[in-house]
Design a protein around this ligand. Structure first.
Ligand SMILES: Nc1ncnc2c1ncn2[C@@H]1O[C@H](COP(=O)(O)OP(=O)(O)OP(=O)(O)O)[C@@H](O)[C@H]1O
Ligand SMILES: [Mg+2]
Length: 296
């Protein structure tokens, strides 16, 4: 199979008014092909929050790593185009995405631990140039990559969504076919409370079943063992009650998590034997059972 990367490079902004323009037929074809391709993946999990910086990417990447460790084939799709960070969190800053020249399919980046990753980040020519794309271009990129990516028969696809309920999130919720689910990530505090509720209602309105909620940065444990609610009061229980959803994990605010990301080390290596390790493993096991992954 011949693979080439030369056609894949993206500039930060369109060079002319017409670049990126797409005919309706072309979009319809992407939608059909994306649906067809994704239908063969047994479970699609949208990791969302509405709120920025609460740890959506951390949870997406950690879930991919733990599920992979349990023996599952995992696809990780980075739907955050302007703030793509999945490859960074996985230490794959130099990884590449190829195109099969015969079929035109995109071959995802494969991490050392065998996770298949599709992200805009490896396709950008200059990592420090901001992506200046309006909604239609962003939607097109999502549809195009979903239509063209050749995954290697994953058991599950994890989709890391950007903050908010904008173009990327709407496109994914609209066109990713069943079986798809959402996992809500929240942090404590009043601000998160308001914004995360909107994301839950978004998921309900677009008829994406909610698999549960993770409270990240839930508490901080001082060296003397005292637990502090640094970001404010926990909102997990009231959300669970109001929306009848389950709290699947509560993860502390801990320096080791930030360090794992900065150094590109899998979280299970850095947090082995800790509460973080137990919560994340438990989360992965619950997800596997809720989406009916086969026993491995
Ligand atoms: N429990 C935690 N303890 C300490 N640091 C954390 C924790 N969770 C996430 N972080 C750190 O917080 C930062 C934000 O996390 P992350 O990028 O996963 O959030 P996000 O919700 O995906 O953000 P965005 O809305 O920009 O996509 C990262 O530097 C990450 O390493
Ligand atoms: Mg993110």
């Amino acid at each position: 199979m011949s693979q080439s990367k030369k056609d894949l490079r993206l500039r930060g902004s369109p060079s002319s008014k017409t670049e990126g323009a797409t005919s309706k037929n072309e979009v319809d074809e992407y939608i059909e092909r994306a649906k067809e391709r994704l239908s063969s993946i047994p479970a699609k999990l949208m990791v969302m929050s509405g709120k920025g910086g609460v740890g959506k990417t951390f949870i997406s990447v950690s879930l991919a790593q733990y599920l992979r460790k349990m023996g599952y084939r995992v696809a990780l799709y980075d739907a955050d185009e302007t703030g793509a960070s999945v490859p960074f969190f996985m230490g794959e800053r130099k990884g590449e995405i190829f195109m099969d020249e015969e079929t035109g399919e995109l071959i995802p980046l494969l991490t050392d631990d065998g996770i298949q990753v599709m992200s805009i980040e490896p396709l950008l020519t200059d990592k420090s140039t901001p992506l200046i794309w309006q909604g239609s271009l962003r939607t097109k990129f999502i549809l195009q990559t979903l239509a063209m990516t050749k995954w290697d028969d994953p058991h599950i696809m994890i989709i890391d969504l950007p903050p908010g309920t904008g173009d990327e999130t709407i496109t994914i919720a609209q066109y990713v076919p069943p079986l798809r689910f959402s996992l809500i990530v929240a942090s404590p505090g009043k601000l998160a409370n308001g914004i995360v509720r909107k994301a839950i209602n978004f998921s309900k309105r677009l008829e994406v079943p909610i698999i549960g909620l993770v409270e990240n940065m839930s508490y901080y444990v001082c060296p003397d063992g005292t637990k502090l609610s640094i970001l404010g009061e926990s909102i997990a229980d009231s959300m669970a009650k109001d929306f009848e959803i389950e709290v699947l994990a509560r993860i502390p605010l801990d320096e080791s998590i930030r360090r794992a990301h900065d150094e590109g080390i899998p979280i299970y290596d850095i947090a082995r034997g800790t509460n973080i390790d137990r919560e994340l493993r438990g989360l992965a096991e619950k997800i596997a059972s809720r989406v009916n992954l086969p026993k491995i």
